[in-house]
Design a protein around this ligand. Structure first.
Ligand SMILES: Cc1cc2nc3c(=O)[nH]c(=O)nc-3n(C[C@H](O)[C@H](O)[C@H](O)COP(=O)(O)OP(=O)(O)OC[C@H]3O[C@@H](n4cnc5c(N)ncnc54)[C@H](O)[C@@H]3O)c2cc1C
Length: 368
């Protein structure tokens, strides 16, 4: 072991979609950053991301947008339907696309390659989070390091850590994710359909002929491939034509939570909060965590005592709003009581009739 201590501004634990982007954004601001990941082979999953307009700007500023392997698929229309109201709600925005769909794998491969080429990433490093503290000497690969700030971007793994206090919300849901081909053009339309068994989101995917879509169905039930196939056919045969499902379906547990503030660590992405995927905004909120953190570094020195608390206070309101909204919406549809149906009808009609509310919805969907 050498005696030299490597001094860094930030240690980021977790090389997921948010941890890697945080590192690149901070590095661009000339901070000295190191990312550690406990796996040797970082899991790259087969999902898509609906990137809102704010997150697109962010990826453009980092020079990532233009080098994505598959051309992002714009979302020009959002249609919301449910089993209670007869007419769908339709949202469009003439000025710019409301979002773009990209592949998670495209993005993560780029961020990881950038970090590796800048030598900012160390893989296969298993540190006990309770043994790492800012400004304490930490051993990584037999070398000594000190960091002014420690960021936790370990995703939902944080939930199993007894060290931190958190609020957890309704568990027991799963998201089933898959793809299907269709012979009609998807017309760059995204759908959110509240079925009796749970919400079904369908997004146009980045394939050149506009004839492939992805679905995310969230439910408490254990479902078979055939159930999902008939669900897609029932809802999309009219708009999308002949449907052929991909055989692979992926299943993800949904674990909504919100961390409490901690003076030693900055939580980002799914480590700070995880929301029900009904809104497709989890990653977009993670981008806002990064933007907030970067803005704070312009205003305060890293050794400023209240730094972590200010960051937390700036992220807590939006995180709580999304977490509550998605969880309440889900349980309103799930518990089929008369009163719930009344509340849904009221919300639906308000969105249909009140232009300012519709504009607020679009603004939020775009992250503006
Ligand atoms: C089905 C589904 C669909 C979704 N669709 C959308 C969407 O359309 N739009 C959207 O905005 N969001 C979406 N989301 C949410 C989005 O995917 C997540 O918010 C985002 O991926 C979180 O990124 P992260 O970096 O915080 O966590 P993760 O991607 O989970 O990364 C965590 C990383 O930390 C590593 N790690 C864990 N523990 C340790 C440790 N102790 N030491 C070191 N490393 C560790 C892990 O190996 C991993 O690499 C969806 C989520 C689901 C479940």
């Amino acid at each position: 072991m050498k005696n030299k201590i490597h001094k860094y501004d930030f240690l980021i634990v977790g090389a997921g979609l948010i941890g890697t982007l945080t590192a690149l954004a901070l590095q661009k601001k000339n901070f000295k950053v190191l990312v550690i990941e406990n796996k040797n082979k970082i899991p790259i999953d087969k999902r898509t991301l609906a990137v809102n307009a704010n997150s697109k700007d962010f990826l453009q500023q980092l020079g990532i947008w233009k080098i994505l392997k598959s051309k992002p698929q714009p979302i020009n229309k959002i249609i919301i339907k449910d089993y209670i109201n007869a007419e769908p709600l339709i949202f469009t925005n003439s000025k710019e696309a409301m979002g773009n769909v990209i592949f998670n794998s495209d993005l993560l491969k780029i961020t990881l390659a950038k970090l590796e080429s800048l030598k900012l990433l160390k893989k296969n490093i298993n540190l006990n989070i309770d043994q790492i503290l800012p400004s304490k000497t930490i051993l990584i690969d037999k070398e000594k390091y000190q960091f002014k700030k420690i960021i936790l971007g370990v995703g939902k793994n944080i939930i199993s850590n007894p060290l931190f206090k958190r609020m957890t919300f309704d568990k027991g849901h799963y998201s089933y994710v898959g793809f299907f081909k269709h012979n009609k053009n998807h017309r760059n339309t995204a759908y959110e359909i509240f079925n009796q068994d749970g919400p079904l989101a369908v997004l146009p995917t980045p394939y050149i002929d506009n004839k492939k879509s992805t679905f995310i169905f969230s439910t408490r039930k254990k479902l078979s491939f055939y159930y999902l196939q008939s669900l897609i056919m029932k809802n999309f045969a009219n708009s999308h034509g002949q449907i052929k499902m991909d055989k692979s379906i992926y299943k993800f547990p949904i674990r909504p939570h919100l961390q409490r503030n901690n003076k030693n660590f900055i939580f980002i992405g799914d480590s700070l909060k995880s929301i029900h995927p009904v809104a497709g905004q989890g990653w977009n909120l993670g981008v806002k965590d990064i933007q907030t953190l970067c803005n704070l570094t312009d205003q305060y020195p890293l050794d400023f005592q209240g730094f972590n608390s200010i960051y937390y206070s700036k992220r807590i309101v939006e995180s709580t709003l999304y977490l509550s909204f998605t969880s309440i919406l889900n349980s309103l549809y799930e518990n089929k009581k008369m009163i719930n149906q009344g509340i849904i009808k009221f919300g639906y009609e308000s969105l249909r009739l009140l232009k300012p509310l519709r504009e607020l919805f679009i603004k939020n969907a775009m992250g503006r």
